[in-house]
Design a protein around this ligand. Structure first.
Ligand code: COA
Length: 248
């Protein structure tokens, strides 16, 4: 069971370093959203450990510094997470559709926003796929609902308190993005935001995503995918994993 809203998440007090508190919060709640075979790490963009410019990638070398920093922080988080699986010196190249190319036998997912990157990895024999997404908790405003959500999702959001709507809209958005990252390395398919329906259990901190994209359903031999979330005052994190066939 995972609490949907972590009451001990970072709060604003004069003099506190929000970024450090958010990092600590992610390091505490993040691993609990995945099975123990997974390794998760968090990295700040402004850490002196971040190597710039990033690896030999023409587009990244031309990119603005913020993009170089988020990319490099994501790779640094991935390297730390991999070291927890005893994998060192791995180069995680950029795939044909921006997907990270993990070392043989490894699956993983990377997310970054607002100064923090998170990566999760696992050995492929234990976990078939991973999806992770981090967003500022009130990122998704009502003007975006139609382009991101289906009627049942909009109905669910409309029934929530107005002050909470941006939080839960962001959660559904994050759930969909984490599903996209989970499924892409396994299917190579694009999935649109209207090709997935998310139902949320605020009581358990879990969500269920129903995939409506026929090729993905066919390739993964299922339509429903479970996920977990943590929604704090500053960040929302969604987590999905697929167990190898026969284990889930
Ligand atoms: C790809 C996408 C999900 C990334 O999400 P984002 O909020 O923009 O950015 P995040 O920081 O959370 O994630 C970015 C990271 O995702 C990873 N990523 C990008 N494309 C990916 C893909 N096709 N498969 C797996 N991982 C991918 C990369 O590691 C990337 O970071 P990097 O470029 O620095 O390596 C988003 O840009 C997108 O295209 N969404 C549209 C598709 C979608 O989400 N559909 C939902 C239907 S259910």
């Amino acid at each position: 069971m995972h609490p949907p809203i972590n009451k001990a998440a970072p709060s604003h007090h004069a003099g506190e370093d929000d970024m450090a508190l958010s990092q600590q919060w992610l390091e505490r709640v993040g691993p609990a959203l995945f099975p123990p075979q997974c390794a998760l790490a968090v990295q700040r963009y402004d850490s002196p450990d971040i190597l710039l410019p990033p690896p030999n990638d023409a587009a990244l070398n031309r990119a603005i510094e913020k993009r170089q920093r988020e990319f490099s922080a994501g790779r640094a988080a991935a390297a730390t997470a991999l070291s927890r699986l005893d994998v060192s010196d791995a180069v995680i190249a950029v795939g044909e559709n921006r997907n990270p190319r993990w070392p043989d036998g490894i699956v993983g997912s990377i997310t970054h926003t607002a100064g923090l990157a998170v990566a999760v990895v696992a050995r492929q024999e234990k976990i078939l796929g991973l999806g992770l997404d981090l967003e500022p908790t009130e990122a998704v405003k009502e003007a975006l609902w139609e382009s991101l959500f289906n009627p049942t999702e909009i109905k669910w959001l409309s029934e929530k308190n107005r002050e909470q709507q941006a939080r839960w809209a962001t959660l559904i958005f994050c759930a969909k993005e984490s599903f996209y990252k989970l499924q892409y390395p396994l299917t190579g398919q694009w999935v649109g935001f209207h090709e997935a329906d998310v139902t949320v259990s605020l009581e358990t901190g879990e969500f269920l995503l129903t995939c409506l994209q026929p090729l993905v359903i066919e390739k993964l031999s299922r339509t429903r995918f479970a996920g977990r979330f943590a929604s704090g005052p500053i960040f929302t994190l969604t987590a999905m994993h697929l167990e190898p066939a026969g284990k889930s």
